[in-house]
Design a protein around this ligand. Structure first.
Ligand SMILES: [Zn+2]
Length: 203
C-alpha cells in the first residue's frame, strides 16, 4: 500500500499540484489508515515515510499535522482515500472568492466536480476537521468530491488515491481557468492601450 501512496505523491509533485512536503495522502486500511509522515517529501516517499493510525485513537505524533482531518473524514464518510495539497491556484481562488462554494465556469468542471465548498479554519485543528467533514457530507450516505480550505488548499476524497488525484487535478485546472479568464476580463475593461480603447469605443 505504501507503494501506491509513493506513486501518487510523485505525480502530485511532477504535475505541479504540490511541492516539497506541502500536502499529505492517506488510504483506509480496515479499522486503521495509512498516512504520510510529518515533513515527508512527497516525491521521495518510502515505507518509512508512512505511518499507520487507528481510526479511533489519538494519532501517532510522527503522522502528518493534518491527520486529525483525515481521521474525522474516515470516521464519518465511506471514502477509502484522501489527498490534501497546497495547490497554487486552488489556494488563490480560496482566498479571493467571496462565495462559500467554488464558482465553476468551464464545462468539464461543472460536469465533473459539481459543487466544491470553501471553509475556513486553522490547520491541524479539530474545528477544521469538523468543518471539512460537514462540508463534504451530502446526506443519504452521499458525499462531495472535495473541499477547499481558505488560504490553505484542497482536501479531495475518493474510493482510491487515483480518484482523489483526478479531483485534485481537476480543481487546480478549474481554478487556473477562472484566474486567467477573470484577469483577461479585468484587463479588457481597464487596459489603456489604443487597441482596447478602440474596441471599447466600437461597442
Ligand atoms: Zn495543509
Amino acid at each position: 500500500m505504501w507503494q501506491e501512496i509513493s506513486r501518487i505523491g510523485k505525480k502530485l509533485v511532477l504535475y505541479g499540484l504540490a511541492s516539497a512536503h506541502f500536502g499529505n495522502l492517506s488510504i483506509r486500511k480496515g479499522k486503521k489508515f495509512l498516512i504520510t509522515a510529518r515533513g515527508g517529501l512527497l516525491d521521495e516517499l518510502d515505507r518509512k515515510s508512512i505511518v499507520e493510525v487507528s481510526l479511533n485513537e489519538m494519532p501517532d505524533t510522527r503522522a502528518s499535522a493534518e491527520t486529525i482531518v483525515h481521521q474525522r473524514i474516515y470516521q464519518t464518510l465511506p471514502v477509502a482515500a484522501i489527498i490534501h495539497t497546497h495547490s497554487l491556484f486552488a489556494v488563490i481562488q480560496s482566498m479571493i472568492s467571496k462565495r462559500k462554494t467554488l464558482l465553476l465556469e468551464d464545462c468539464e468542471s461543472k460536469y465533473f466536480l459539481k459543487e466544491i465548498p470553501i471553509v475556513t479554519g486553522e490547520p491541524g485543528t479539530s474545528d477544521l476537521a469538523d468543518k471539512c467533514t460537514q462540508a463534504l457530507k451530502k446526506g443519504r450516505g452521499d458525499h462531495r468530491k472535495a473541499v477547499l480550505v481558505q488560504g490553505h488548499g484542497t482536501f479531495a476524497v475518493g474510493k482510491n488515491l487515483t480518484e482523489a488525484y483526478v479531483t485534485v487535478s481537476s480543481i487546480e485546472q478549474a481554478c487556473k481557468i477562472k484566474y486567467f479568464t477573470d484577469l483577461y476580463g479585468y484587463l479588457r475593461k481597464n487596459c489603456s492601450c489604443e487597441e482596447e480603447k478602440f474596441k471599447r469605443r466600437k461597442k
